[in-house]
Design a protein around this ligand. Structure first.
Ligand code: NAI
Length: 261
């Protein structure tokens, strides 16, 4: 029997990229999936591809009440929630001095408050259940400096701190928490980036001399990390090297990334 058969998984940012692939993979492995996103067209496509055992909800992760209701409704309908993937995220690129308050607020609302809302209400539910696994998506920018992505790196560093701290707190209560550190994945996130002051995020990423992996490969790596209950789920292999080197030589790696982009 598949480890995901009969499990209940909740995924945010499910209409595109990594979240979409995660939903498909979980569904194919026998899980019941509650998929949420702002993008209704992407959700409709996902529903069409998966059919039964997949429920979609239009959800803004920045809206705390909506996130709480979504989690509680899934638990009431299914009897429990086994996995919560706080995956939704955006990127904003550009010089620090050009970032206005609105751009800061938007990325913090989605990338950080979105993960806080999911973690807080998911954790409350899992405390009542006595089990569950919260999986928060950060980034390599959550463990190393990335120039002209200061706001993105700020939110992702916070997601790492939130997740690793909550993991220790949840341990005594049977709750698992993991944080995902993907390398480059071939999704829409760069082409839909908010660019500030003439920055071109997509072009900057294309200059990085590293290939992107497919969202499906990312989803499989995440589920392997979840099955192994890893604290940090880092992939692919080159990214484990980058993360290791940036811990050992933080200044050098920040300088290199700055030059590459
Ligand atoms: P994507 O752009 O393909 O998918 C992100 C999804 O999040 C979209 O469907 C979007 O509609 C949704 N979303 C945005 N704001 C939302 C909100 N307020 N409420 C609900 N949903 C919202 O991007 P991708 O690449 O799949 O990103 C998923 C996560 O992976 C993000 O947290 C991102 O920061 C992270 N990541 C991605 C990397 C990559 O190379 N693609 C690398 C490192 C991290």
């Amino acid at each position: 029997m598949n480890a995901h058969d009969g499990k209940v998984a909740l995924v945010t940012g499910a209409a595109s990229g990594i979240g979409y692939a995660l939903c498909r993979e979980l569904h194919a492995r026998g899980a019941t999936v509650h998929a949420a996103d702002l993008n209704e067209a992407g959700l409709a496509r996902l529903r069409q591809e998966c059919g039964d055992r997949l429920v979609t909800t239009r959800l803004d992760v920045a809206d705390e009440d909506a996130v709480r209701d979504w989690i509680e409704r899934a638990a009431a309908e299914r009897g429990r929630v086994d996995y919560l993937f706080n995956n939704a995220g955006i990127v904003v690129g550009g010089d620090f001095e050009a970032m206005d308050r609105a751009a800061w607020r938007k990325i913090i609302d989605i990338n950080l408050w979105g993960v806080i809302h999911g973690s807080q209400h998911g954790y409350a539910l899992m405390r009542r259940q006595g089990c569950g696994h919260i999986v928060n998506t950060a980034s390599t920018a959550g463990v190393m400096p990335v120039a002209r992505s200061t706001a993105y790196a700020t939110t992702k560093h916070a997601v790492v701190g939130l997740s690793t701290s909550l993991r220790e707190e949840g341990r005594a209560h049977g709750i698992r928490v993991s944080v995902v550190i993907p390398g480059l994945v071939d999704t829409n996130i760069f082409s839909t980036a908010t660019n500030i002051g003439g920055h071109d995020y997509d072009a900057a990423i294309r200059k990085v001399p590293i290939g992107k992996i497919s969202p499906q490969r990312a989803a499989r790596a995440i589920l392997a990390g979840v099955a192994a209950n890893r604290q940090y789920i880092v992939f692919p292999a080159y990214n484990r090297l980058i993360v290791g080197l940036s811990r050992a030589f933080p200044g050098v790696m920040g300088w290199l990334i700055n030059r590459a982009t």
